[in-house]
Write a protein that binds this ligand. Sequence first.
Ligand code: SF4
Length: 329
Amino acid sequence: MSLAESPPLPAANPRPVRNDWTRDEVRALFRLPFPELVYEAARLHRLHFDPTEVQISTLLSIKTGGCPEDCAYCPQSAKYDTGVTAEKLMDLGAVLAEARAAKSGGASRFCMGAAWRSPKDRDVENVCAMVEGVKALGLETCATLGMLTADQARRLKRSGLDYYNHNLDTSPEFYGAIITTRTYQDRLDTLDHVRSAGINVCCGGIVGMGEGAEDRVGMIATLASLPVHPESVPINMLVRVEGTPLAGARTLDPLEFVRTIAVARICMPKSVVRLSAGREDMSEETQALCFLAGANSIFYGPKLLTTPNPERDRDMRLLDKLGLRAMQR
Ligand code: SF4
């Protein structure tokens, strides 16, 4: 179907939150004329959120590198020679010092990432101590530690963990071209354990990995068909890192990235949609279009795990220019 043949927008209404999105419906959204798509996303955004507010999260790598998984985009995989050195889990005091700095920089949520396939129970105990310490500073907490068992998810919940990040990354069909060491179902199982434990879910994906338009449709359709939509939906633009299999991936048209944000906003209207990795190379104009299309969260700070992120001052200038402000908890 060409753009000229795209279906008209449905009548203006709040659209009930749905978990039964079909691929045909999601594909039709992607194919809307750009102004219609962005208008609809912006309309829904302001029905559920203040469109001038942006939730700000800071992400710290608490255990870097040496991961046995083979995610083709990831510089922390031990399978690729990317110059990232494997480190041990940070100690509690160092993590809390970073959390204090994040809070004074305006973050409301502190995310802790560890490059594990799945944590051992003693690792979970160490992370629980971090969660308790970070929460005591008045910050929301998020962790991304790899696959979890149901017991580990419950233990993290007892420590007070607010969010757990575990991305689906891409469509079920394209997934095997990106990761072979764990299955799509493994990911869905971890999401189920996290949800069942009562922890908020942070789950999204990455675009620009060489996937086709239909894979972006499949990724959003899968996210929007989870039994409960993730509370946070990070949409990442691939950061091409030398040494990873995706170092030479073709650049995705930035307008296609904006479309992905807009479709995520329409299909998951009450979720916080995070403009996540890849902002370092994104123009201010593209980022502004993403905010217009319903993105309402960013990662803030000079590094995203091991890849660069815009400096804080640059972000603050952009938010100021756009008249946006940090969402309070
Ligand atoms: S994305 Fe996570 S699981 Fe995959 S290689 Fe990197 S650290 Fe490991």
